[in-house]
Design a protein around this ligand. Structure first.
Ligand code: DWN
Length: 408
């Protein structure tokens, strides 16, 4: 759906980066599907009124989240540990009532976080519109309903289970265009003492590191403390704490509650001041971001062309959703990158969206390693570097584009 108005403030949006024609970030496909492939014009816009960075146009949710969604959260051990720690923090937080607390998670994917609550026999409910991953969550003993979260769904959850002590989400809120409807639903679902804790890729990191690959169809918003405080403030809710995370190349965990329920922490005051200094409230900041994005594209393409001219074999590591933006925006196809290795079975044997680079099983990378590997899953660099010591020891080199294009 296209909008020229800010989804939060209703005031005109200004385009800050035009990424051209883009396919679905997770639209991995087989050759017989190439001719009917879906594309949309992807432009990122900014509203000074709400300070919200957002897509001008986003494909319909049903096109992106369905019964064959390609991303399973549990593909990373590091992320499994991260969500165990997130769950432990909620359990220790003091926000859950002692007697029979109830925790809801929006977009619980394959149950990577909620299984930690299920293991403690805590009352919980996952809401996951992508049926295949929701089934996986149910298999792990996580009670999950496969629906989109709306105000009406919030009402029926309250009728069946009562209000929630904690409403959690990780890498989900930034996917939802009707975020206002979600906040209204949260307001109904949450107990007067309840808290919302959610995390998403952080706009401050995207701007500082030129990690423009965080912008793709699914990410309709990239949040900052300023924009979250504004959005929830419209619904009499308050940002009470913020906790920076290293996940996904720099994320932010936001803690919110009904206005006046808890004091606003110093962390919020400090982060908001830092964001004003970084210029996350101003259009001009995103004009220089666009220049950095263009420079990053020029450098990456010229590096890959140079390696090709020198007869080097280049492959990709991790067929991420993020890589869809890079490949299509830079025009990188199988002529420059022979294959992309990925551990996710549902992606293997298919081609990347738009540029149609073959996605192969991890075994191919082990048996037929390239001279250079573009680390598209750069956000998992620590985990990947630790397990790919052999690749480097035998002369293999990594290419990364964040925070700048370079060979490691
Ligand atoms: O918000 C979202 C984030 C959380 O996850 C979604 N919209 C979709 C998805 O984005 P992504 O695809 O960019 O996420 P990742 O976690 O960067 O994807 C990593 C990919 O790399 C997966 O397909 C698995 C693969 N992988 C691999 O092949 N070997 C990952 C690791 C750690 C590995 O060792």
């Amino acid at each position: 759906m296209k909008t020229t108005l800010c989804r939060i403030a209703g005031t005109p949006l200004t385009t800050v980066v035009d990424f051209g024609r883009q396919p679905l970030g997770n639209g991995f496909l087989e050759p017989h599907q190439f001719s009917g492939e879906y594309f949309f014009p992807m432009e990122a816009g900014f509203s000074e009124a709400s300070m919200m960075f957002q897509l001008i146009e986003q494909p319909d949710p049903e096109k992106m989240f369905h019964d064959h969604y390609a991303f399973y959260s549990s593909t990373s051990n590091y992320m499994a540990r991260h969500f165990k720690e997130f769950a432990d923090q909620v359990l220790r937080s003091g926000y859950l009532v002692k007697d029979d607390p109830f925790v809801v998670e929006l977009g619980c994917n394959d149950g990577i976080m909620l299984k930690n609550f299920a293991a403690q026999n805590l009352r919980h409910l996952g809401i996951e519109p992508s049926l295949n991953v929701a089934r996986e969550a149910n298999k792990h003993g996580v009670r999950t309903c496969s629906e989109f979260f709306t105000e009406q769904l919030a009402e029926s959850i309250v009728a069946e289970h009562g209000q929630a002590d904690a409403f959690l989400a990780a890498n989900v809120m930034c996917h939802i265009p009707d975020i206002t409807g979600v906040v209204r639903g949260i307001k109904k679902l949450l107990k007067p003492t309840g808290v919302v804790m959610f995390e998403d890729p952080y706009l401050g990191d995207v701007v500082a590191k030129t990690s423009y690959d965080q912008i793709y169809d699914e990410h309709v918003f990239l949040f900052s403390a300023l924009s979250i405080r504004y959005l929830f403030g419209l619904h009499e809710m308050e940002l009470i704490d913020v906790q920076p995370q290293t996940t996904h190349g720099g994320s932010m965990r936001y803690v919110l509650a009904h206005r006046g329920a808890y004091p606003v922490g110093d962390s919020v005051v400090r982060l908001v001041a830092g964001e004003q200094e970084q210029g996350l409230d101003r259009l001009a900041t995103f004009e220089s971001f666009r220049a950095s994005v263009e420079e990053s594209r020029t450098k990456l393409v010229s590096l890959l062309r140079d390696l090709k001219a020198r007869g080097k074999k280049v492959a990709g590591y991790g067929a991420t959703s993020k890589s869809t933006t890079i490949l299509n925006y830079c025009g990188i196809g199988p002529d420059l990158i022979a294959y992309i290795s990925d551990t996710t079975p549902i992606k293997q044997g298919k081609c990347t969206p738009g540029m149609h680079i073959p996605v192969v099983p991890y075994q191919t990378f082990k048996e037929d390693p390239p001279d250079y590997a573009v680390l598209f899953a750069w956000n998992h660099a620590e985990e990947i570097m630790a397990k790919e010591r052999d690749f480097m020891a035998s002369g293999g080199k990594w290419i990364v584009h964040v925070p700048e294009v370079r060979v490691l």
